[in-house]
Design a binder for this molecule. Structure first.
Ligand SMILES: Nc1ncnc2c1ncn2[C@@H]1O[C@H](COP(=O)(O)OP(=O)(O)OP(=O)(O)O)[C@@H](O)[C@H]1O
Ligand SMILES: CC(C)(CO)[C@@H](O)C(=O)NCCC(=O)O
Ligand SMILES: [K+]
Length: 257
């Protein structure tokens, strides 16, 4: 059984894949100090609660935080008797090599997203992921990652506004009914919600113009469904794209071993 781990700058997601379906998915905050023993106690407790008796013997990791990889490797070594495959490391091959500037270290989550999206939707697509950052990743006709856009994440922008301006409270992102807010919170929510709708629309339009061919837009990440309510931004929304990409990369590496 495969344990797939998607470690972002804010949250880390663990999923158990039996080769056909995900048996369970759990989320924890990303903390590089967390030890292999702590991961194991947490994970085995959750598995027991769900009655999952899966014998984990394989692992794949995508981590945007290099420091957490060490303890996740120890987790594999000590508790699951396996050597994890780590996306971005030389021994983890991708189905199609990215075409970017030499020496560029593309975020593994972005590469994994493009592999997952290509597997489900084919080429000529843009993946928009609303995580810590809002990223746009362009997949060429042949499935290659050919670059993209990195913007500040939605929650990050809201937090920055609150941190920098004494009179601005912490607010949650939501869709306001009107653009013109008549109180502080409504004004901030409008700026964030309609601001990001405009950002996504504007960047996708420019990508389309630059590529000069039809491109489908796939939204993913916790906030994608919310932003999909704002405008016809996406052709499709997927809630498990990164996890799907991890399973595709894992089987590709097994088949071509
Ligand atoms: N309406 C909402 N307002 C604020 N946050 C939301 C809302 N809906 C979902 N979320 C948040 O989205 C997050 C899930 O997002 P996702 O996993 O895509 O990225 P992340 O964990 O924030 O970032 P990263 O993957 O970079 O660590 C969850 O933390 C969830 O709380
Ligand atoms: C952009 C983020 C933070 C999004 O999670 C991550 O993919 C990352 O750290 N990327 C490294 C730089 C790059 O992707 O070009
Ligand atoms: K993510």
């Amino acid at each position: 059984m495969l344990l797939a781990i998607d470690c972002g700058n804010t949250n880390t997601v663990f999923s158990i894949w039996n080769g056909t379906e995900f048996l369970a998915t759990w989320r924890t905050s990303t903390e590089w100090q967390r030890t292999a023993d702590q991961y194991f106690v947490w994970l085995s407790t959750l598995m027991k609660m769900r009655g999952i008796e899966a014998e984990i013997d394989e692992m794949i990791i995508s981590s945007t935080v290099p420091r957490v990889v060490f303890n996740l490797r120890v987790l594999g070594d000590r508790y699951f008797n396996c050597r994890p495959l780590v996306v971005g490391k030389p021994d983890c091959r991708l189905p199609v090599a990215p075409r970017v500037d030499a020496g560029t270290q593309v975020g593994p989550d972005r590469l994994v997203n493009t592999v997952g999206a290509w597997d489900r939707h084919g080429g000529d697509i843009v993946v928009v992921d609303f995580g810590t950052a809002t990223t746009f990743d362009v997949v060429d006709t042949d499935g290659a990652y050919v670059g993209g856009v990195i913007s500040p994440g939605v929650n990050l922008s809201l937090e920055a506004l609150h941190q920098a301006a004494a009179a601005l409270p912490h607010v949650d992102v939501s869709k306001p009914e009107k653009v013109i807010g008549t109180n502080t919170v409504a004004c901030m929510q409008s700026g964030i919600f309609w601001g990001y709708v405009g950002l996504v629309r504007g960047i996708c339009d420019r990508i389309r113009a630059e590529r000069d061919r039809p491109m489908r837009i796939i939204g993913t990440g916790g906030l994608a469904p919310l932003f999909a309510q704002g405008d016809m931004l996406f052709d499709d929304i997927e809630d498990d794209l990164t996890m799907h990409g991890l399973t595709v990369i894992h089987s590709y590496n097994k088949e071509t071993a």
